[in-house]
Design a protein around this ligand. Sequence first.
Ligand code: CMC
Length: 433
Amino acid sequence: MADDPKKAVLELAGTKVEMPVKSGTIGPDVVDITKLYAQTGAFTFDPGFTSTAACESKITYIDGDEGVLLYRGYPIEQLAEHGDFLETCYLLYYGELPTPSQRKEFDKNITYHTMVHEQMTRFYQGFRRDAHPMAVMVAVVGAMSAFYHDSTDINDARQREIACHRMIAKLPTIAAMAYKYHIGQPFVYPQNSLSYAANFLRMCFAVPCEEYVVNPILARAMDRIFILHADHEQNASTSTVRLAGSSGANPFACIAAGIACLWGPAHGGANEAALEMLQQIGDPAKVPEFIAKVKDKTSHIRLMGFGHRVYKNYDPRAKIMQKTAHEVLTELGIKDDPLLEVARELEKAALSDQYFIERKLYPNVDFYSGIILRALGFPTSMFTVLFALARTVGWISQWKEMIEDPGQKIGRPRQLYTGSPKRDYVPLTMRGK
Ligand code: CMC
């Protein structure tokens, strides 16, 4: 990115400071404020980072007004239609789509790493069976650094690459084990002859006493869901991974931090919350009543799966999700899914309501994903786990980009202090009753 000759001028307490304005390939310009504190003694204030670019990145681009999402320049619609998840992983991590020989090599590397250390299987026994699978994911992925020490040297490019391969390969195994443990079934080992998504479905739904044949249409839908979730620029969990990594923490610990952040209902946990909301509404006739509750601010109820910090238009991933939902339900012979009817009615009602129109609230990726995942056989508690599995490649690609950036510094935001000014300690006996 070349420095733009444009400058921004800020006047503060009679002093004028000039700040460089930088332009990316596409997207808004950024005002470079790195010298602002040195020049003026003032910080900027932007809780929630609504106007702040925290890094430079070449991985993912979002145009929230137009509803555009690009991975390394490629539109998400094209990748979802023509590509597959492992190719998307290669693209995100290495920056280009693989050639046939690169693809073959990458597939070999990933399948080579699909099993987890046998001792890791015992790690699960320490959890209660009713633990939320995301709690298990945070712990087990964090524990990978205790099992794979030979890929934790962040200054060694080859170790970084092996850590990446390990995480892409093992996350499905770890996620499927979290599910199997939760429902009290034996773990199913990976089968490397299957595709990434088909192997994952098999590890989740096969049992040792019966043959399990993966339905290719359902495997394709699973793969597409993984593609749609693979990366999303500097969202909360990705920023968490970058911030954790900026201190030099090992990649497994950083991804565990990302998983913890993703769990929240405003972020990855929204897919679980969206399906629960559809189930609670239960009947399209009850949609107007629910919309009225959402609009009543005292209710503190949000329309889950709607709204986005960046998209002020239809989330392009939601459109693909909606199409995939139809494909999956048709394949499974589910003609009238009442939840799909509720979702369609909710979408119609919200998109024609002034409250949502004024605030530019549209369906996001989570609005339809729950309907598909439920039809595939996953319980709601697994929804965010699937998001974490798919997002791992995005996190690790962003982490690698950060580590390889020569200007990388530890992330250390400042604050506007509004607490007590300096005061003297008062002994306990002199503090009243
Ligand atoms: N339902 C009802 N009102 C909403 C919603 C919603 N889903 N989202 C935003 N608003 C209102 C909000 O009350 C506020 O109204 P007002 O201006 O009157 O105070 C206005 O819209 C702006 O909202 P905000 O909270 O300032 O916007 P934000 O950019 O901080 O929040 C969001 C973005 C995604 C957290 C929010 O839209 C939300 O909570 N959505 C529901 C949860 C959800 O679906 N999350 C998944 C996001 S996509 C996947 C992911 O990133 O993990």
